[in-house]
Design a protein around this ligand. Structure first.
Ligand SMILES: CC(C)(COP(=O)(O)OP(=O)(O)OC[C@H]1O[C@@H](n2cnc3c(N)ncnc32)[C@H](O)[C@@H]1OP(=O)(O)O)[C@@H](O)C(=O)NCCC(=O)NCCS
Length: 308
């Protein structure tokens, strides 16, 4: 397919776009095998439309291809990059849309963009270039497929240990955000890490829906696991094995014990997010059978030559 016409949508088209984007985002995630995406989709759409109008930092185009098939492109302008929020276009338009997107993003006055590539989705796959930077992978496992843990038990973390963990976790999460390219600088990363920790664990160890365990082999504490129970799945917020105990199979056993807890809580899926630079952890999850449902990439764009 050759070229495509891009036209910013007008206010009258908002309801139709909202409906189409909601359906498309759900379909793409369902096809990727993801579970528990409804809240994220609804939240993103709610942020896009405020008081019946498209929010200022959002932009939506009606894209019509040469064979008259039509679709929608939804972008969100963040301070340091544009986020590709949805490409609801026909598969045949994927290359044309991918080719034009950098120009559209520079027209939004940004020189970088992030996008998700969903498993089984040819449209987002067409965006991917070899030197795009992997920011994060979203992974999950069906807990019924996980064997029971051997030689490892999860015990509720003690309040004294939690105080250390909380301090370390915020600093560590900030450095991870920075290293992953998910925050523009250290101050922003620290702020985001503090906010996220306070939002997720307002009552520390007592926060409903969150379990924080010490992982023990006999009497020795070898690591920790933090799992949140969400409506349709359980989610690993943190897993760690103490440096002296790594590469002895403990994380594998901790993941098994976590899957067992998810099963007890009635959740069929255990999901997690691994940063792109954490190749060791990604290899661990691949090795124990986690499925990658989507990956988030970032591309820096060459600056446009100045027009005279
Ligand atoms: C990632 C981490 C939890 C792995 O713990 P672990 O107990 O060493 O993992 P396991 O021994 O169960 O590893 C099982 C398999 O996973 C893979 N793996 C684990 N760590 C790896 C690494 N650093 N590099 C490459 N492969 C790795 C290997 O295939 C390994 O099998 P092998 O040792 O026979 O080669 C640990 O390195 C850690 O705590 N890192 C810091 C915190 C962190 O990154 N957490 C993950 C957040 S998403």
């Amino acid at each position: 397919m050759s070229d495509a016409q891009w036209r910013p949508i007008d206010a009258a088209e908002l309801p139709q776009w909202r409906q189409a984007a909601g359906e498309h985002l759900r379909e793409v995630r369902r096809a990727a095998g993801e579970v528990g995406y409804d809240r994220a989709v609804d939240g993103a759409l709610a942020r896009a439309i405020t008081d019946g109008a498209l929010a200022l930092d959002h932009a939506v185009w009606r894209v019509t291809t040469a064979d008259a098939a039509a679709g929608w492109v939804w972008l969100v302008r963040r301070p340091d990059a544009v986020v590709v929020a949805d490409l609801a276009v026909p598969d045949a338009a994927a290359d044309a849309v991918a080719g034009k997107l950098p120009d559209v993003i520079r027209d939004l006055d940004r020189n970088a963009f992030t996008f998700s590539v969903f498993r089984h989705d040819p449209v987002t796959a067409a965006l991917r270039r070899a030197d795009d930077r992997l920011i994060a992978s979203h992974m999950q496992i069906d807990v019924d497929a996980v064997p029971p843990a051997e030689g490892l038990t999860l015990r509720p973390m003690t309040p004294a240990r939690y105080a250390d963990f909380a301090r370390f976790a915020v600093d560590h999460y900030a450095s991870e955000l920075l290293a992953a390219g998910a925050a523009p600088n250290l101050a922003a990363a620290e702020r985001a890490a503090r906010e996220s920790f306070a939002r997720l664990l307002p009552d520390g160890l007592q926060t409903p829906g969150h379990w924080i365990w010490a992982a023990c082999a006999g009497d020795a504490e070898v690591g920790m696991l933090w799992v949140g129970v969400q409506p349709e799945r359980a989610f690993i917020f943190n897993i760690e094995v103490a440096p002296a105990h790594r590469r002895k199979g403990y994380a594998t056993q901790i993941l098994r014990a976590g899957a067992e807890q998810a099963r007890i809580a009635g959740r069929g899926t255990l999901a997690l997010n691994v940063w792109g630079h954490n190749t060791g952890a990604k290899q661990l999850y691949d090795a124990v059978g986690y499925l990658t449902t989507d990956q988030v990439f970032r591309r820096e764009l060459p600056r446009r030559p100045r027009r005279t």
